[in-house]
Design a protein around this ligand. Structure first.
Ligand code: SF4
Length: 698
């Protein structure tokens, strides 16, 4: 039976964007187990990560004292650095010394070369309040907009397309609306693995009769519930979606009334689709014309149809075009703005929505207000009491390049692990090693912290109070359940101590005070008070007044664009940046596994989760296994133009011939050593989902 608990604390799961509400069951300041709570997103359900992924907080590898790099230890001497024993490369320091050193290094660069010589990466794993203060520190303390976070590797392209077409980057309806839909389209997403509780809603909808269309080059686990499992060729998304649009136009299935009432640019879009017949596109996408017709008709004629997409769509150099085409699909069929319809880019991290809303983005202040708009800037200058840089900052991959060029010399990284998560990670690691000054604030000596000059031991989610915003635009309250270990400190405290040493006079008493300032800066959450969150645990934005419930479904009467209309943007086909050839005959795609979270910093230090999925493996289709003479279980070497890794081969019959899959959570076989950092020109997202690769015996 379960042990007696002495306390219960209600909070939110720290992993994915579903935002399941949880209850920590605690005895003697230790989490014994976690229960699902009746939150609006999860209705008591949890997946394996939410249920078992909590003991990373008490890992013996937790950093409990500030660290300073030892004299004479080169930054790239990481090969013999053991995260369990960092004292070979670092020495312990007092907070006073570490903070002074951390800030002085940044200040010296700022004073010599200006604010643009510095950059900051915040985190979608921290709270909204931490994200808000971090971006404010970069903007007012460093003096530039060089602040970004992992949204750049996530839905940056989707957001670029959404802002351009419908005027808002967030989802238009909660994923739970799948239960009200007749047709559910899931494209470039693998929710069973990455958003498991959301997937349970899709599966239940299918069970009660909704038609489930899954489009993905790799057959996903949810295909058992699908009416159609469409496996198009990797990188052919625009060809496929545009051929669906072409069918809808040619067969007169466009919702004329909706298009006339609420949109603009339809004629140009319709004209652009002429060449995209399913027959012509079949050669590119590999999808039978009849299947395209069936799927397009099902979507267009549904009473209500909803679209979900993930990184499979967004992480391409044509990611913004992929999203534009999907948005056109929803607009021309009028499948938006009503319950059971809409556009839902499934958010990855638990707080990637909130961190973006709070302004951890180089081109916008909180609430997506452009830094280049003089009126907006004047408002923030008045509120923050300082002059602000009118020029948008650099994005994640651009910052890496700027370090290599010597333009950026110092960085402050809070809770991000670019040495694992960035595409073409050897290039990113070389940049980290090249920095004159790097401050990393984290729970563990991550692959990124290994390059730091100063490492500041931070607080884990169960150790702090704060809010996070899930994929449904639901702002939820996390509550402190555990004391901090050793001398680890609250992130909010650390950011402020850094801010003071950079010359800012900050005194936020705690997250409630930071949240109060956020509310004044962000019209979308004006109606959400800390007291209300305390009471209700969850409030959906936009919410403009305290007595409003918040809008679960948006775009009910037009769009927050200048004209009030949704805009069609035609798209052209752009081939992948690096295509297979004789030397690199296969396509590599990357992603996650159910048990591990992103770079593995947390879940690989969680006993149960690492026991369930302990080893890196490359998944290979049966025909490629045969073609290259590999047996499942063999060690293989995977090589691209950027590097090579070794890991075990696995059999996966859902993969098409010519495509392999590697999860990116394993430091010992880091998939991002292989990936391509070519960028989408609009969203500045890298083509992580496609590069040319070859297999060799290890
Ligand atoms: Fe946590 Fe996501 Fe799993 Fe819910 S579905 S328990 S939020 S990882």
């Amino acid at each position: 039976g379960k042990q007696e608990v002495d306390r219960e604390v209600h909070s939110v799961c720290p992993y994915c964007g579903v935002g399941c509400q949880i209850t920590y069951k605690i005895k003697d300041d230790r989490i014994l187990y976690v229960d699902g709570r009746e939150g609006p997103a999860n209705l008591g359900r949890l997946c394996v990560k939410g249920r078992f992924g909590f003991d990373y907080v008490s890992s013996p590898q937790r950093l409990t004292k500030p660290l300073i790099r030892r004299d004479g230890i080169a930054k790239d001497a990481i090969a013999d650095l053991d995260p369990a024993n960092p004292l070979t490369h670092f020495r312990e320091a007092t907070w006073e010394e570490a903070l002074d050193r951390a800030a002085a290094g940044l200040r010296a660069i700022r004073d010599a070369d200006g604010g643009k010589a510095l950059a900051g990466f915040g985190s979608a794993k921290g709270s909204n309040e931490e994200a808000y203060l971090f971006q404010k520190l970069v903007r007012t303390g460093f003096g530039s907009n060089n602040v970004d976070h992992c949204t750049r590797l996530c839905h940056a392209s989707s957001v670029a397309a959404l802002m351009e077409t419908v005027g808002s980057g967030a989802v238009s309806a909660p994923f739970n609306d799948a239960e009200k839909a007749d047709v559910i389209l899931v494209i470039g997403a693998n929710p069973t693995v990455n958003h498991p509780v959301a997937a349970s809603f899709f599966k239940n909808a299918a069970k009660r009769g909704a038609k489930l269309i899954i489009i993905d080059p790799r057959g996903t686990a949810m295909r058992r519930y699908a009416t159609w499992m469409v496996q198009h060729r990797p990188g052919s998304d625009v060809a496929l979606i545009n051929s669906m649009l072409q069918v809808i136009v040619a067969e007169g299935l466009v919702d004329r009334q909706y298009v006339e009432g609420y949109t603009e640019g339809y004629a140009a879009l319709a004209e652009s689709l002429g060449d995209f017949t399913p027959e012509a596109m079949a050669a590119i996408s590999g999808v039978e014309p009849e299947t395209v017709r069936e799927v397009a008709r099902a979507f267009a004629t549904a009473k209500s149809a909803i679209i979900f997409w993930g990184m499979g769509l967004s992480q391409h150099i044509h990611g913004t075009d992929n999203a534009r085409a999907l948005i056109s699909l929803a607009l021309m069929t009028g499948q938006v703005g009503r319950p059971g319809t809409g556009l839902h880019p499934l958010r990855g991290q638990n707080n990637v929505q909130g961190a973006s809303d709070a302004g951890l983005i180089p081109m916008v202040f909180p609430d997506y207000q452009p830094v280049s708009d003089p009126a907006v800037r004047a408002r923030f200058e008045a509120m923050w009491g300082t002059e602000l840089d009118p020029e948008p900052g650099l994005t994640v991959v651009e910052i890496t390049d700027a370090v290599h060029r010597g333009v950026i010399r110092g960085m402050y990284i809070m809770g991000e692990n670019p040495a694992m998560s960035d595409p073409n990670v050897s290039h990113a690691r070389a940049a980290l090693a090249k920095l004159d000054h790097l401050v990393v604030q984290d729970l563990f000596l991550t692959e990124t912290a290994a390059f730091a000059d100063v490492v500041l031991p931070a607080s884990a989610w169960p150790e702090k109070d704060g809010t996070v915003t899930n994929t449904n635009r639901q702002v939820q309250r996390g509550r402190k359940a555990l004391p901090l270990p050793g001398e680890a400190r609250q992130d909010l405290w650390i950011i402020q101590e850094m801010a003071r040493r950079l010359g800012l006079d900050w005194h936020y008493d705690g997250p409630a005070e930071a949240f109060a300032e956020m509310r004044r800066a962000m019209p979308s959450i004006a109606g959400i008070s800390w007291e209300r969150l305390e009471r209700e645990s969850c409030v959906t934005y936009p919410c403009h007044a305290e007595d409003e419930p918040g809008e679960a479904v948006i775009f009910t009467e037009g769009f927050p664009t200048k004209s009030g209309r949704g805009r069609f943007v035609p798209t052209a086909m752009v081939p992948p940046d690096e295509r297979p050839d004789r030397d690199f005959p296969l396509v590599l795609t990357t992603g996650r596994v159910l048990e591990h979270w992103h770079t593995g910093a947390m879940t690989r230090r969680t006993r149960v989760l690492d026991a369930v999925e302990p080893e890196a493996a490359v998944e290979i289709s049966p025909s490629d296994l045969e073609r290259f003479g590999i047996d499942p279980g063999d060690r293989v070497r995977v090589v691209t133009r950027r590097g090579a890794i070794e890991l075990r081969a696995r059999f996966d019959s859902s993969l098409p011939e010519g495509m392999i899959f590697i999860p990116f959570c394993y430091a010992e076989a880091a998939a991002n050593i292989l990936t391509n950092d070519a960028l989408d020109p609009f969203g500045k997202i890298a083509e992580v989902k496609y590069c040319a690769v070859r297999l060799e015996p290890a």
